[in-house]
Ligand binder design. Structure first.
Ligand code: ZN
Ligand code: ZN
Length: 136
């Protein structure tokens, strides 16, 4: 399906095509640190469909777990994570776009959880935590 979205401040916008069935949670400690949260939710977008406005800031990080270097892209103004991809020049084969920046985020329900051994223990019990419909 077609997707579009952007960072928190609006400087970076993206569009492309993604299959909601490929939505993945990653619980690895790199994703916990890189998001400042408990886990990351991403979906692959083929490079030939991926379009972006604005110029993201990037850094290269080789994760201890996989051993593969990944280019991490985020908004240089507001810090929103945008995607990760393989290092190299030009259009890459695939971009792992962060689901939280998509306007269609509700339709991207995760189908897989990777690096679950690093998952924070409370993530399986979110439904049992006191819920406020708005800020508590
Ligand atoms: Zn931004
Ligand atoms: Zn991860």
């Amino acid at each position: 399906m077609k997707i579009d979205g952007g960072c928190h401040c609006g400087y970076i916008t993206i569009e492309g095509e993604a299959d909601p069935a490929k939505t993945t949670i990653c619980h690895c400690t790199d994703c916990q640190t890189g998001t400042g949260s408990a886990f990351r939710v991403s979906v692959p977008v083929p490079g030939e469909t991926f379009r972006m406005s604005g110029e993201p800031a990037t850094y290269l990080k080789t994760t201890a777990d996989s051993g593969n270097p990944r280019l991490q892209a985020f908004c240089p103004r507001c810090g929103s994570p945008i995607y990760s991809t393989s290092p190299g020049d030009g259009i890459q084969a695939s971009y792992m776009v962060r689901v939280g920046i998509l306007r269609q985020r509700r339709e991207f329900e995760p189908k897989r959880q990777n690096w679950f051994r690093s998952a924070l223990p409370w993530v399986t019990g979110l439904g049992g935590i006191n819920q406020n419909a708005k800020q508590g």
